[in-house]
Design a protein around this ligand. Structure first.
Ligand code: ADP
Ligand code: ASP
Ligand code: MG
Length: 482
């Protein structure tokens, strides 16, 4: 289309397929059909590991670390068989001839890695990154072979040679300049020539070539990193639900509905507080370059999905409810008073133990912090002895209502309090973000509370709308929360 108008060649569309969108040969073929529909838009493909593979690799690593090497090896063989079967099915005999030795080599390395883990008796973060990243290395090879089998001019890109990160194993962050440079060198020209790059999500490597990963669910982040580097026209996250919904439809509210559009900030908040549908960092690179992100269902590719943009067209106040389980509240109380130097020291101690913190509240004498791991808390308490006492309470959940203007409508908070008056809400934290109201409850209560709030804030809206129109679109003009 651009050739006809003499305009710049069209910028690529980055398409990320999650594990459930690549679970078996049929799913991969479905993904290939979706990609074929995007050919005029210069697709760049980011592949997650096949469904459940990352969890299975992790389990094998833990088994090896316990010294049960034979059991770990048997699980690896099972994974190898599964990949071989899919490969045979999607690649066709000619492509399989190239693919087979690649799979062999990858699984041989994994076998040696399990032996090293067993010898070390420990699954270190560095071992873990090497192990888990293999899932994306092999899945991206499978997708590449399937595209080739469909007659498309695809080429495999080694993500570990392009996504250059710091050495924060299991949660690495890209070194942006180097990563952008390498991604552009590897892909910009071939993309203009209508070739299709395929790379594994989730994985990277340090400048010294040591394997890293971007955190669980990190393929979404890869898609956004690649999209920003190539100045994509859009980034598509293909998953197993119809878009971002008003709540998690699988684990919380089966009646949840698709949200047609969201702002970058709303989506980032939602991901940050636990909506698994997007990796917490995945919106930032796209937002910086103002690239629309779409969340779409690979099982229902004709569906409309959710559009995430700077300024969504709708005026809907509340978009979704989410919950982050496994939260611990840490109260740090100064022995005397909370001088600025002590506050700095407290944050430094947590940082030295690699904690990322959310500050819930601060007073003259104490800080309340939210963390998601407790292992180092005794050591932290020890280090702060004499300066502050450290107490913590775990098994908490952070329930969060997200929407661009929720905080500008005080009646929302009062409705929450009224609806949950019998429940001990630890606190409502209004500080961190403009776009959400969050509160802490005992983990065992969270699911039920989310369902009640979902009914309160969304169900009535669906019902009212369907009574007048017979359909259920979200966020119609004139609705109750606009
Ligand atoms: P993928 O394998 O495609 O990356 P994920 O399992 O990481 O998929 O993310 C999709 C899942 O996210 C959905 O199946 C759903 O259970 C969960 N989820 C959590 N919150 C939401 C939400 N608000 N909207 C849609 N899905 C959600
Ligand atoms: N396969 C990785 C995981 O399960 C990354 C991803 O799926 O995005 O965490
Ligand atoms: Mg995911």
């Amino acid at each position: 289309m651009s050739a006809a108008t003499g305009a710049q060649p069209e910028q690529p569309v980055v398409m990320k397929f999650g594990g459930t969108s690549l679970e078996d040969a049929a799913a991969i073929r479905r993904a290939i059909r979706i990609i074929q529909q995007r050919l005029p838009h210069r697709p760049v493909i980011v592949a997650s590991a096949l469904a459940n593979v990352t969890d299975q690799l992790l389990a094998a690593g833990k088994t090896a670390a316990r010294g049960e090497l034979q059991t770990a090896r048997a699980s690896l063989q099972e994974l190898k068989r599964r990949h071989e079967q899919v490969a045979l099915d999607v690649a066709g005999s000619e492509n399989y001839r190239t693919l087979h030795p690649q799979l062999e080599a990858e699984f041989q390395q994994l076998d040696a890695l399990l032996a090293s883990i067993a010898t070390a008796g420990e699954l270190t973060p560095r071992f873990q990154d090497q192990l888990l990243g293999a899932g994306e290395c092999v899945s991206s090879r499978l997708v590449h072979a399937a595209l080739a089998q469909a007659g498309l001019d695809a080429f495999w890109v080694d993500a570990r040679a392009c996504i250059v990160t710091d050495a924060a194993h299991t949660q690495a962050t890209p070194l942006w300049d180097e990563t952008n440079h390498r991604l552009q060198s590897a892909m910009a020209v071939p993309v203009v020539e209508s070739r299709i790059p395929v790379l594994g999500g989730f994985i990277g490597a340090t400048v010294d070539g040591i394997a890293t990963t971007l955190g669980r669910g990190g393929s979404d982040f890869t898609a956004s990193i690649v999209g920003a580097a190539l100045q994509a026209s859009r980034i598509e996250i293909w998953t197993d639900v119809d878009g971002i919904l008003t709540a998690d439809p699988n684990h919380l509210c089966p009646e949840a509905r698709r949200v047609p559009s969201m702002s970058f900030e709303e989506a980032a908040d939602l991901a940050y507080v636990g909506a698994k549908v997007l990796h917490p960092s995945s919106i930032t690179p796209a937002m910086r370059k103002n690239i629309p992100v779409w969340v779409l269902n690979s099982r229902n590719p004709e569906g409309k999905g959710t559009e995430i943009v700077a300024h969504p067209g709708d005026e809907c106040v509340m978009k979704a409810i989410t919950v982050k389980n496994g939260v611990t509240v840490v109260d740090v109380e100064a022995v005397r008073w909370l001088a600025p130097e002590l506050t700095r020291e407290i944050f430094d101690v947590f940082e030295r133990h690699q904690y990322s913190l959310d500050l819930l509240s601060a007073s003259r004498g104490s800080l309340s912090l939210l963390v998601t791991a407790t292992e180092a808390l005794p050591a932290i308490a020890d280090e702060l002895k004499g300066l502050a006492t450290v107490r913590w309470e775990n098994h908490k959940a952070l329930v969060c209502l997200v929407g661009e203007k929720v905080r500008r409508q005080p009646e929302i908070a009062s409705q929450v309090f009224r609806a949950l008056s019998a429940v001990d809400l630890r606190m409502i934290c209004q500080g961190a973000s403009e776009r959400n109201i969050s509160f802490l409850v005992d983990e065992v209560l969270a699911e039920d509370l989310v369902r009640r709030l979902h009914r309160l804030f969304f169900q009535s809206r669906f019902d009212r709308h369907s009574a007048t129109t017979g359909s259920h679109p979200m966020c119609q003009a004139g609705g109750p929360w606009q």
